[in-house]
Design a protein around this ligand. Structure first.
Ligand SMILES: Nc1ncnc2c1ncn2[C@@H]1O[C@H](COP(=O)(O)OP(=O)(O)O)[C@@H](O)[C@H]1O
Ligand SMILES: [Mg+2]
Length: 307
């Protein structure tokens, strides 16, 4: 088998040229980073688990008519995706206060926000992924108003769907970070969900105990990070034999280390649509009264920022 052509290496994934034009192979690594790359480590088996979880969730989203970049799984660590022009925004949907949000507004971690809210951050590690509002997005030409409408619409639908799906598996979706991209079918621009959905990009709490089952375990040195990731996979039923993750290194590519080359594709015209969200089920056991933006309560220790 000829070595794959590296396109880009990020903090959690490597991208390789796909077998057909307009496709990429996303290779999921065990590398973990937090606090804008200041903290680095490895979560054994994470690449396999995140690849399989993301594959499963993106497939379900495709099934319900939300366009995603996911085409098909390749092996334990790799999946085939459409190459998209990533919109350089981290789209965050929050159901409960946590992390940097709880810190910023002096809210309790776990306080219900009443109904889901969206936030945007500029995806730029050098700048520390700063918070941006729509005026900034439009002024800097990061996305068009119609694209932002469509992104909000999808983000809230995705959050709604995933909240229910995780809930059915005894997991509360506290918040999540999404990335969207532009994909062209002829002259028509489509906004599609890209990147990944995994315990790296979602805050997931056990419904009964409020135990964290996501990257906060790594961020905050809570221990048992590998176990938490495996437990999410086990509950979703995506790795029937999770013990495989403890030893497996298969799916590793034999190629030389991928260096940043250039991201895929180019931007063009905008798209459209709009949004409406539903409130989450109910507050977790620990949570107090709904946060009215700036709550009086003192925040619990929270990380400076998400990845
Ligand atoms: N379908 C896609 N097409 C093009 N780029 C993508 C796609 N999905 C994800 N990416 C990009 O792949 C890069 C590698 O992923 P990752 O390692 O998670 O990066 P990061 O270090 O930014 O978190 C990211 O820049 C992400 O935006
Ligand atoms: Mg990433």
């Amino acid at each position: 088998m000829s070595p794959k052509t590296p396109i880009y290496e990020g903090k959690a994934k490597k991208l390789f040229e796909g077998p057909e034009p307009g496709t990429l192979i996303a290779h999921y690594k065990d590398d973990a980073t937090a606090f804008n790359n200041k903290k680095k480590g490895t979560i054994q088996g994470k690449g396999i688990i995140n690849n399989k979880i993301s594959e499963f969730l993106m497939s379900r989203l495709n099934d319900m008519g939300i366009p995603t970049h996911f085409i098909r799984g390749i092996n334990m660590r790799e999946q085939l995706v459409r190459a998209v022009d990533i919109i350089p925004l981290e789209v965050i949907v929050r159901n409960y206060a946590a992390g940097s949000f709880a810190e910023r507004f002096g809210a309790f971690e776990g306080e219900s926000l009443g109904s889901p809210m969206t936030e945007f951050c500029l995806k730029d590690d050098r700048l520390g992924d700063p918070f941006v509002g729509e005026d900034h997005i439009f002024a800097f030409g990061l996305a068009q108003p119609e694209e932002i409408d469509e992104i909000r619409h999808y983000a809230l639908r995705i959050n709604d769907f995933l909240s229910g799906l995780f809930y059915a598996h005894g997991i509360r979706l506290i918040d999540l970070k999404l990335e969207f991209g532009r994909f062209y079918e002829g002259d028509i621009e489509l906004i599609v969900l890209a990147d990944e959905i995994s315990p790296d990009t979602c805050r997931l709490w056990d419904l009964n105990t409020n135990d964290k089952m996501d990257k906060d375990r790594f961020r905050r040195d809570l221990g048992k990070t590998e176990e938490a990731y495996r437990e999410v996979a086990r509950r979703l039923g995506v790795l029937p034999n999770v013990s495989v993750v403890e030893t497996a290194s298969f799916g590793e590519t034999a190629t030389a280390s991928a260096k940043p080359v250039k991201k895929a594709v180019k931007a063009k015209a905008p798209a459209k649509a709009k949004a409406k969200a539903k409130a989450p089920a109910k507050a977790p056991a620990k949570a107090k009264a709904p946060a009215k933006a700036a709550a009086k309560a003192k925040p619990k220790a929270a990380p400076k920022k998400r990845k």
